[in-house]
Write a protein that binds this ligand. Structure first.
Ligand SMILES: Nc1nc2c(ncn2[C@@H]2O[C@H](COP(=O)(O)OP(=O)(O)OP(=O)(O)O)[C@@H](O)[C@H]2O)c(=O)[nH]1
Ligand SMILES: [Mg+2]
Length: 249
């Protein structure tokens, strides 16, 4: 992209591999990506899909993960792709580049499903100014955004602030899925480590609170550690991405 963002390809595979894990992605195989929106606006004008990868122009159907540092963006992508390609860290903030996992969608080397991981907000004021600019650019180049929150978090003020800066129209919010990660940590914490029925009841209330605060209907509790909720998260992402592709025969 012409703003200096570099694409770091952390893993590259074929979408068939991903479909074996999550059948919800089967509607994307051998499809081409729309470069016009419903109003006929040419989206490639925003560099929306085109990236230079190894000297070749590729088109990416991109899902971007954003949210505060340590909320599990990299862990969620790892659990989707089924590999530890993205670095995770318990203490220091660790994602400093635009890391991407690519899955080739068709027969040729042109169109890819992509999951991208941006640095977390909330590390430092200076870093945030840079990151928020990246976030704005990347929202324009993404077909779906997974906004990661922590289920056990009480104060959402920084997230609401960042969120409202990025998404203000209803149309933009339709492409957003909120992942309520760390669902295993919501009280009452279960000894098994799995999300208990009591926790699910609390999560249902939490979903309503988040829907109201952020104006996003698609709110999915999940746990990157145990993999719970990941299939539901995938199904929401796939529904959004399915609207961005067409048959390329
Ligand atoms: N208990 C629990 N731990 C989790 C969950 N998701 C992630 N973690 C842990 O939280 C820590 C931070 O996760 P990361 O995936 O590195 O977070 P990140 O959002 O990518 O962080 P930055 O790259 O700094 O922005 C790691 O130790 C993960 O193992 C979860 O759902 N439950
Ligand atoms: Mg990370």
């Amino acid at each position: 992209m012409d703003d200096g963002l570099t694409l770091y390809v952390k893993s590259k595979s074929n979408i068939s591999v991903l479909i074996q894990r999550f059948s919800a992605f089967s509607g994307l195989k051998n499809k081409a990506v729309w470069e016009y929106d419903i109003h006929g606006e040419d989206l490639s004008r925003h560099n929306r899909f085109r990236w230079d990868y190894s000297g070749r122009q590729i088109v990416m159907l991109q899902t971007m993960f954003i949210g505060k540092s340590g909320y599990g963006k990299s862990s969620l992508i790892n659990s989707i792709i089924g590999a530890d390609a993205f670095q995770i860290d318990e203490v220091k903030a660790c994602t400093k580049e635009l890391d991407t996992a690519l899955f080739r969608m068709g027969q040729d080397e042109k169109t890819y499903l992509a999951f991208s991981d941006l640095p977390g907000v909330g590390e430092s004021r200076m870093a945030d100014i840079q990151y928020r600019k990246w976030y704005r650019d990347m929202v324009l180049s993404s077909s779906c955004v997974v906004y990661v929150l922590r289920a056990d978090q009480r104060d959402f003020s920084i997230d609401e602030d960042v969120f409202s800066e990025l998404f203000y129209t209803e149309e933009q919010k339709e492409n957003v899925v909120i992942a309520l990660n760390f669902a295993d940590k919501i009280e009452p914490i279960s000894r098994s480590g799995k999300i208990s029925e009591a926790q699910w009841r609390v999560l249902e209330d939490k979903i309503e609170i988040i829907r109201e605060k952020f104006g996003v209907y698609s709110v999915i509790p999940c746990c990157a550690k145990t993999g719970e909720g990941i299939t539901e998260l995938i199904s929401e992402i796939a529904d959004i991405l399915d609207l961005c592709v067409y048959d390329d025969d």
